[in-house]
Each structure stands twice: as structure tokens, then as C-alpha cells.
Design a protein around this ligand. Structure first.
Ligand code: SF4
Length: 325
């Protein structure tokens, strides 16, 4: 049984009201189905605005789906804000992009790490102190930092403190939304390595949301590529990111700097991602797709299973071919 299961999940927001015009609703996530197994890592990639952060919030039950179902550990996700959902939150934690925004500037590091233990009634004061000390060590922060406030820490130290707080309740699932993109490049690798070590040692399932394909490939077992709210390619990270089949995935992968690859191999997409409130007909990627054919503007390609186990939503990707035409 999967730890997390999403079945045809969609999230729609009302559009902005305009004078003399009907407000068009925005489908930020549209018919997403996926699973996350205990102890494994699913990477979610795509350009900004593709719906990946909304998907992360739906996975944690922070907002309810407009359609479809989210299941955690075999049971339907309770509605946000209910007692059942609050109880479950100890088992599912979120790590944000901006550690300073995620921490309370008025509280010491130790108090913030202990906060989830207090909220969920775990341990007495002495047990919590011992747990905080252990967590500080686990994330590579000295105990001398426990009494500091967030502004007295470096960016990397703050993200380690956020991680210690997220791990305090021994979660089964960690959703990390761009967890290192606000950090200095020199610090990113250290924090990612520490995150993976802790995740593997504790058997935590992780959803790693990022626009950085290099990091996603490093940490993920499987990957879902999103475009305008939908998954366009999904499968084992080594297959999807080493030999992408969908033209959009190919363009993303080609943009990752690789030693020895010449610049002309890069696929440059023209135009910005379209407005989610005015989704293009057929394949939503067709206005930017370098290999689009007439049918692409008319028919939406379904997400189909390929021979190697991945799924691809492209008219030109055929189940028995190794690569799209
Ligand atoms: Fe490109 Fe057509 Fe495939 Fe969409 S369905 S990715 S437009 S080739």
C-alpha cells in the first residue's frame, strides 16, 4: 500500500472579476494521479506557475481538492482544520523555500524546534529538551545555537533549523518545496546531502518540489514533470531525466548545464507558459512545442504508459518506442 495516493486530483480557484467579462476560473492542478511509497522520493519539476506548489499543499491536506481524492496511509485525507487532520499533521511535514519566513523571529531556535512536540503533546519538558538537543546534532547545528534567534543564523543554519523542526515529530512524509533555492550555491549541496542522509536513515518518504533538475535527479527515485497543472511525463528519475520522451521534459533537461555538451544542443522554448485561465486547446504545450503537428492543437493527449514503465502525455510518444518521434 502506498503511503500517499492522489487520484484524479484537481484544484480550481475563482478567477479575477473583470468589467463586463465573466471571471474565468483557474485550474491550478488538473487531474493529477500519483503515488508516493514509504521511504521513497518523488521529485516534482516544472516552470514556475505550473501548479507544483499547489500540488504539494494538496498532498498535505493544507487545502482540499476541488475534485478527486487524496489518501494518506490508506485513508482519505481529512478536511483541513479538523481535529483528525491536525492529528495527522504530526506525520506529514512541510519544508518551505524561505527559512526566515518559516521561522518566528521572536522565538529562539530551541523553542521553535520544540513547538511541534508541544502542539502534539509529545513528551514532557525534559524529554523535549533532550529531543531538541538530539535534533540539533542530527542537522549539524551546535547546541550553542539553540538559544539564538533566526536573524542571528546564516541562511544554511536557518534551513537546518527548519528541517530539525520538521523532523521533531518523526514524520512519515516530508514535502519540501524548493528547500534549497534560497540558499547560496555553496551551501545547497551540503543541505541536500544532509536531507537525503536523514531521510534514508529514518525511512521518510519525501516529495521534492524544485525547478532545479540537477538536484531533483540527485535525490529522487521517481519524477513527475508538470506543465500547466497536469503531469506530462512521469516515471523512474533515471529514465525521465536521462532520456526524456516528452518534448517539454527534453527542453527542461537540455537547459541543465552539462560539461562537454555544446550550447546548440539546448532546446530553447519560445514564449512564456500560457495563462492557466486561458488554457490552449488540445495539448496545452502546443504553442511552444518545437515538434507540434496539427492534431496537437485539437486533441488533448492522454497520459499513456510506455514500455519502460513511465507515462507520457504526447501524441508522438508511442508505447513501444524508446523515444518520441
Ligand atoms: Fe508537442 Fe504535440 Fe506532443 Fe504536445 S502532443 S508535446 S504539442 S508533439
Amino acid at each position: 500500500m502506498s503511503l500517499l495516493r492522489l487520484d484524479a486530483v484537481a484544484r480550481t480557484y475563482p478567477g479575477e472579476r473583470r468589467l463586463f467579462a465573466k471571471a474565468a476560473s483557474v485550474r491550478a492542478v488538473d487531474g493529477v494521479s500519483l503515488t508516493v511509497e514509504a521511504g521513497s522520493t518523488l521529485g516534482i519539476v516544472g516552470e514556475s506557475g505550473c501548479g507544483k506548489s499547489t500540488l504539494g499543499r494538496l498532498m498535505l491536506g493544507l487545502e482540499p481538492p476541488s475534485e478527486g481524492q487524496v489518501e494518506f496511509d490508506g485513508a482519505a485525507m481529512p478536511a483541513p482544520g479538523t481535529d483528525a487532520w491536525r492529528k495527522l499533521r504530526a506525520r506529514m511535514q512541510l519544508v518551505f523555500q524561505d527559512p526566515l519566513g518559516a521561522l518566528d523571529r521572536r522565538l529562539t531556535v530551541a523553542r521553535q524546534i520544540a513547538e511541534p512536540l508541544v502542539i502534539h503533546g509529545i513528551g514532557d519538558a525534559a524529554a523535549r529538551r533532550a529531543r531538541v538537543a538530539q535534533l540539533l546534532t542530527d542537522v549539524g547545528l551546535g547546541e550553542d545555537l539553540a538559544a539564538r534567534h533566526p536573524h542571528a543564523l546564516s541562511g544554511g543554519q536557518r534551513q537546518r533549523a527548519v528541517l530539525a523542526r520538521a523532523l521533531a515529530t518523526d514524520p512519515a512524509l516530508l514535502v519540501c518545496d524548493e528547500p534549497v533555492s534560497a540558499l547560496d550555491v555553496s551551501i545547497q549541496a551540503q543541505v541536500v546531502n544532509m536531507l537525503v542522509d536523514l531521510q534514508q536513515a529514518r525511512g521518510i518518504a519525501m516529495v521534492f518540489i524544485s525547478h532545479d533538475l540537477k538536484v531533483v535527479r540527485q535525490v529522487s527515485d521517481s519524477v513527475a514533470v508538470m506543465y500547466l497543472g497536469r503531469i506530462v511525463e512521469q516515471g523512474a528519475a533515471d529514465w525521465v531525466l536521462a532520456a526524456p520522451l516528452h518534448p517539454y521534459t527534453r527542453a527542461l533537461v537540455s537547459a541543465v548545464p552539462t560539461p562537454g555538451r555544446i550550447a546548440r544542443e539546448r532546446i530553447v522554448l519560445t514564449g512564456d507558459p500560457p495563462n492557466p485561465a486561458a488554457r490552449p486547446s488540445g495539448c496545452a504545450f502546443h504553442p511552444r512545442c518545437p515538434v507540434a503537428v496539427p492534431v496537437c492543437a485539437q486533441q488533448t493527449p492522454p497520459l499513456r504508459a510506455m514500455a519502460d514503465g513511465r507515462s507520457v502525455a504526447c501524441h508522438l510518444a508511442h508505447p513501444n518506442l524508446d523515444r518520441a518521434a
